[in-house]
Design a protein around this ligand. Structure first.
Ligand SMILES: O=C(O)CCC(=O)C(=O)O
Length: 249
């Protein structure tokens, strides 16, 4: 399958609003293969911690272990559009399954407002997150909400949600816009776009997979660390173009 190039209007929306819908990016066979890989990670995690059955299950940097995911992240039909958003030199920088189990409305499956760069900053912040629904998602089962134009605020100061919760967050007023998607469809947003997801009120898991791509020449940094080239991170792979050679190569 192929993904239609973004029109000038869509590119303008991404630049001004901080997000854009990409439409269908995964065909049925890929979707099935990736769902099967997700199930494998989830089963393993649930065996280790049965309490996750009514919380969100995360499986990060799964490319090494999951060939269908790896093939999609490095050769998927969405990459042409990613190049439109990031530029010719693109590094696959992060990938993660996020499976929001029904939590019986206890609040444990909420993912609070944050910018992806609030966890690990990227410089320049031209990175994009491609968030792909593996199930149909809407307001009832915990779709992602984006806050239009929030990327214009720059990198915000994120704090732990609470002492016993590892999520980082910032105070936000407003609801945001729900990204209602069919399985296999994606929304793309910038590393500075505030987003969140609410509870899964259904009785079935809400499965999603997201990928972050950065400029291959970008640097990454956590608050207490010096900037490092993105390509020096062990999980990074350049999927288009090339990274610039460092001075001391
Ligand atoms: O998939 C979700 O519910 C939100 C996940 C998210 O925003 C993240 O992991 O950064």
């Amino acid at each position: 399958m192929s993904v239609s190039p973004l029109t000038d209007t869509q590119l303008h929306q991404y630049r001004t609003e901080g997000y854009v819908h990409l439409g269908l990016v995964m065909d049925e066979a890929t979707l099935e293969a990736i769902r099967e890989e997700e199930q494998g990670f989830r089963n393993r995690k649930l065996r280790a911690d049965p309490a996750l059955a009514n919380q969100t299950v995360f499986a990060s940097q799964v490319c090494h272990y999951a060939p269908a995911v790896r093939n999609f992240c490095t050769h998927g039909p969405h990459l042409s559009v990613v190049k439109q958003l990031v530029g010719a030199d693109v590094a696959l920088w992060f990938n993660q399954f996020v499976t929001k189990n029904p939590d019986a409305d206890t609040g444990r499956s909420e993912f609070p407002w944050h910018q992806d760069n609030g966890y690990v900053a990227i410089d320049p912040p031209t990175n994009v997150t491609v968030w792909i629904a593996l199930d149909d998602v809407d307001e009832n089962n915990g779709c992602v909400y984006v806050l239009p134009r929030s990327h214009e605020k720059g990198l915000l100061d994120h704090r732990r949600k609470s002492e016993d919760n590892w999520h980082l967050t910032v105070p936000v007023e407003g609801e945001g816009v729900p990204a209602v998607l069919k399985a296999g469809e994606a929304v793309a947003f910038t590393g500075l776009t505030l987003h969140r997801s609410k509870l899964n009120h259904t009785d079935r898991p809400r499965r999603a997979f997201f990928i972050e791509y950065a400029e291959a020449g970008a640097r990454y940094g956590r608050t207490d660390e010096a900037w490092q080239p993105v390509v020096d991170s062990p999980n990074t792979w350049v999927v288009a173009g090339a990274a610039p050679l460092p001075e001391d190569f």
